[in-house]
Design a protein around this ligand. Sequence first.
Ligand SMILES: Nc1ncnc2c1ncn2[C@@H]1O[C@H](COP(=O)(O)OP(=O)(O)OP(=O)(O)O)[C@@H](O)[C@H]1O
Ligand SMILES: [Mg+2]
Length: 202
Amino acid sequence: MRTVIAVTNVKGGVGKTTSAVYLAAAAVRSGRGPAVVVDADPQASGAEWLEESPVVGVRVVEAPTARLVAKAMDAGREHLAVVDSPPGDERTVRAVLERADVVVIPTRVGGPEPSRVRATLELVAPGVRRGIVICAARTGTRDLDEAVARWADEGEDVWGVVPERVAIASGSGAPLSIVGLVHYENVLIRALARTRGRGSAR
Ligand SMILES: Nc1ncnc2c1ncn2[C@@H]1O[C@H](COP(=O)(O)OP(=O)(O)OP(=O)(O)O)[C@@H](O)[C@H]1O
Ligand SMILES: [Mg+2]
């Protein structure tokens, strides 16, 4: 039985691809692998990353349209699929969210970020587990603390606060950051809690 985690935010540049790659790698590292990353973004940055710097136990499949992503989310033997969503393309985003068991929403602190998270949340079906991950966070800042508190006030779970790290920003150009892997493993544990997987979930 497969669990599909959608990594989604309608906004670009928030940390979707980074989160998808790290979540899949953290799954393997913590004995929850193998995993497949379904790259639904025509930019294919997730696929390029994993081709340049393969992670043992993580397969990647490119599925840059609504039709292809629907198929790819079901295909393969891995128990865990992590879908990297494109920014903006609402048709593909909807196709991803329709089939997801759980949704991870990467975001940043400040500016227009909360409104884009809310727009993303509106696309998530009621009853589907979802949580926010604050990416490239400046730990110890008041802005960060206020952002976390605001999501709590709005009743949204914050599953992770991943600190800003040069090693994470390096993407495929550096080995995966241990700090990043540890943070994303904790996100994964929260994402998988009480998830029954597909099949029994519907
Ligand atoms: N924890 C972090 N520390 C430092 N940099 C980070 C961190 N997380 C993400 N980044 C950087 O933020 C930028 C955007 O991340 P990423 O490409 O994952 O976002 P995205 O949402 O997939 O973007 P797009 O919408 O263009 O696909 C990248 O340069 C990435 O390296
Ligand atoms: Mg991306």
